[in-house]
Write a protein that binds this ligand. Structure first.
Ligand SMILES: [Zn+2]
Length: 345
């Protein structure tokens, strides 16, 4: 995940504000401006609807998913452009290929904000049924923040940041879900994407969402030549917290209300209480560039995580059961297919 303003940290954790802004720079201004005006639509929770088809969640293996998370953490810190991140990418590519996905890389470059060196960054794409023209994208960032700059102990802010929940959790779940894709009856083609450079940021130096921005730009640039479209997208970020509770993220509601409704309805019908149909934080994440490129995308994120951007974001704070819960909902949602996200407005 990207950033939140320290002064509202307490409000985020204690849910004492109805309108929590988690943002930086221009977007803070934008949201602050909007919060004074009409935000009635945004503030209304997604209305419940019944899924059109029976739900068939996959038998997601939480222990295996947590095993992947630990394996990723064992690599060590994995900042954008690092050799460690390349190793993680190779590990995921190998598994995705073994499970029948078509794997490709989307390389791009970025300037490190501190060293000013050019870095080679790579989005990794695993495609299921690449010939299908109606597709969904399910993404997670795989780089970790260079340093734990929310660490309460100032002496440790240049310490070792592992990013078990903020980084490894989404990747681990996309690894686990790759085992189940071949058995799913979804009508969609599915693209799993690992986004690089989500947070090549040191304190306030740097830029967010480099990988998802590149991906979105390319999606728009290829509009005339490609014969397929993304009908929906999901971002998986910070989904392994032992104390998992996923509310509806505000930008997702604004940009992709039907996608949000369909996912939370799926969870409700399954009786999955870790998804709660209440309004959560407004989080800047990889879903923003995708939504701006016309892919209605929901951010699946539990931002109420005390170890966020600290040295304590380690595997022992994570749970296979939490990963499995999210995986089951995502798999059941995938099986609903295109009808789930048709706008009913
Ligand atoms: Zn983060």
């Amino acid at each position: 995940m990207n950033t939140k303003r320290p002064d509202i940290l307490a409000a985020v954790r204690h849910r004492s504000l109805p309108w929590v802004i988690v943002a930086a720079g221009a977007v803070v201004w934008m949201m602050a401006d909007r919060s004074q005006g009409n935000h009635g639509i945004l503030m209304r929770p997604a209305e419940a609807q019944e899924p059109a088809r029976p739900l068939k969640p996959a038998a997601v293996d939480g222990a295996r998913a947590l095993g992947y998370l630990k394996k990723i953490c064992d690599i060590g810190p994995r900042p954008a452009g690092s050799e460690a991140n390349a190793r993680q990418r190779a590990m995921v590519a190998e598994l995705w290929k073994a499970n029948g996905l078509t794997v490709s890389e989307q390389p791009f470059t970025a300037i490190d904000p501190v060293s000013r060196e050019s870095k080679n960054l790579v989005n990794l794409i695993g495609s299921w049924k690449p010939e299908r023209t109606k597709r969904v994208v399910i993404g997670a960032h795989y780089d970790t923040r260079p340093f734990p700059d929310e660490e309460p102990d100032l002496n440790k802010r240049r310490g070792r940041f592992i990013g078990a929940n903020d980084g490894a959790s989404g990747v681990a779940l996309l690894m686990e879900l790759s085992h189940h894709l071949p058995k799913m009856e979804t009508e969609w083609g599915v693209d799993f994407v690992l986004f690089d450079g989500e947070e090549l940021v040191y304190g306030r130096n740097g830029d967010y969402f480099l990988g998802s921005r590149h991906f979105a730009r390319k999606y728009l640039a290829d509009k005339k030549s490609r014969k397929w479209t993304y009908e929906a997208g999901l971002i998986l970020d910070m989904v392994a917290d032992k104390d998992l509770l996923i509310e509806q993220e505000q930008y997702s509601l604004e940009y992709a209300g039907q996608v949000v409704r369909s996912v939370w309805d799926t969870a409700r019908v399954m009786g999955e209480k870790r998804f709660q149909a209440t309004i959560g934080s407004a989080v800047l994440d990889d879903h923003i560039p995708l939504n701006q490129a016309g892919i209605p995308t929901a951010d699946i994120i539990d931002f109420d995580y005390p170890h966020w951007h600290t040295i304590e974001d380690t595997a022992d704070k994570c749970s296979g059961e939490s990963l499995a819960a999210v995986g089951r909902v995502v798999s059941a949602w995938l099986e609903l297919g295109p009808s789930a996200v048709k706008s009913r407005r």
